[in-house]
Design a binder for this molecule. Structure first.
Ligand code: AMP
Ligand code: TRP
Length: 340
């Protein structure tokens, strides 16, 4: 079983990223061969500062290790350190429908939000994401709910590639997404009808992984809740439902258990205090380890380099097959195969 996921280096990582993705990365590293990629090539599809980008890759590397990724048990690397991602992206463009890319939600949202250039890279973004996963013939992709559309496109691209070039063979693996049952969509504390996000939500409504306990408790204390006082999940109570899910994840219990534990609470105030405490406790060790790890950039670079070297071995093998079936290059591999 091979697992792959990617995460953008830019933007301060928040509780949604932590619960929806990073925690899953940590759990999955023991379920098989896991590859985690810091997607700097995706980050350049919108306006950015080159120096800041390089720094943010180290920030995220330190954060991921602080959260529990172990370079001895997974491959952690920079996307631009493995040239096969960009190459496969180009090759997959030939089996990707343009109209489909133009209709992707993220492309529509981000192109409207861009004040300067809407780059071609923004349109091709999902093809690069498909290449990320397909280059490793990964079976599973742990991500949050917002990546569903990208995963569907990726599966279609893999299927279409196999149909067009596979000659009955599965040259590329059609991957499955792994979206967590609880916490796949953590909502903004100030506006629980919107997802917590780096770009579109408020600082007051967003809990960052590196926030101090004081900041965390302030944000939860001011969280927007709903009318009534019953602590149960329901579509009419998006604020309370969000807090219940967060508390369940932080305490590692089910949301039903949280509802039962909170049955005798005096009101939403108790729920907010309990959630703030549990989240602070969950994030404090991450923050402490982060400070220590971030100080040693050379070590972080060595980890990324080693991860990339191991990743290249796998990706190069896939690319050799892909080039071969597409009729690119002399086709040595195919000839070898057909010799009895
Ligand atoms: P990004 O920082 O945009 O690269 O996102 C990294 C991962 O975090 C992706 O797997 C997203 O699906 C996940 N994610 C982002 N926002 C949320 C959220 N509000 N709730 C749960 N997961 C999220
Ligand atoms: N687009 C993803 C996000 O914004 C990041 C990403 C890039 C990714 N490549 C990937 C996620 C491959 C899963 C698999 O979160």
């Amino acid at each position: 079983m091979r697992i792959f996921s990617g995460i953008q280096p830019t933007g301060t990582k928040h509780l949604g990223n932590y619960i929806g993705a990073i925690q899953q990365f940590v759990t999955h590293q023991d379920r098989g061969e896991a590859l985690y990629c810091i997607v700097d090539l995706h980050a350049i599809t919108v306006a950015y500062d080159p120096r800041e980008l390089r720094r943010s890759v180290y920030d995220l590397t330190a954060l991921l290790i602080a959260a529990g990724l172990d370079p001895a048990r997974c491959m952690l690397f920079r996307q631009s350190g493995v040239p096969q991602h960009a190459e496969l992206c180009w090759l997959l463009c030939s089996v990707t429908e343009l109209g489909r890319l133009q209709r992707m939600h993220q492309f529509r949202d981000k192109s409207v939000a861009q004040r300067e250039l809407v780059s071609a890279g923004l349109l091709v973004y999902p093809v690069l994401q498909a290449a990320d996963v397909l280059a490793y013939r990964a079976h599973e992709v742990p991500v949050g709910e917002d990546q569903r559309e990208h995963l569907e496109l990726m599966r279609d691209v893999a299927r279409r590639f196999n149909q067009r070039f596979g000659d009955g063979e599965e040259v590329l693996v059609v991957p499955e997404h792994r979206i967590p049952e609880i916490g796949a969509r953590i909502m903004d504390l100030q506006d629980p009808t919107r997802k917590m996000s780096t770009t579109s939500s408020s600082v007051e409504g967003t809990v960052y992984v590196l926030d101090e306990p004081d900041a965390i408790s302030k944000k939860f204390r001011r969280a927007v809740t709903d009318s009534g006082s019953e602590i149960v999940r329901s579509p009419e109570k998006p604020g309370v439902s969000n807090l219940i899910e967060i508390l369940a994840v932080a305490r590692q219990v089910s949301p039903e258990q949280v509802e039962a534990d909170m049955a005798s609470a005096r009101g939403y105030g108790d729920l907010k205090v309990a959630t703030a405490e549990a989240v602070s406790e969950m994030l404090a060790p991450v923050r402490e380890r982060y400070v220590e790890l971030r100080a040693d950039e050379q070590r972080l670079e060595a980890i990324l380099r080693e991860g990339a070297q191991r990743a290249i071995e796998i990706a190069a093998d896939t690319l050799a097959d892909v080039r071969d079936v597409m009729g690119l290059g002399p086709g040595a591999k195919r000839r070898e195969r057909s010799v009895p």
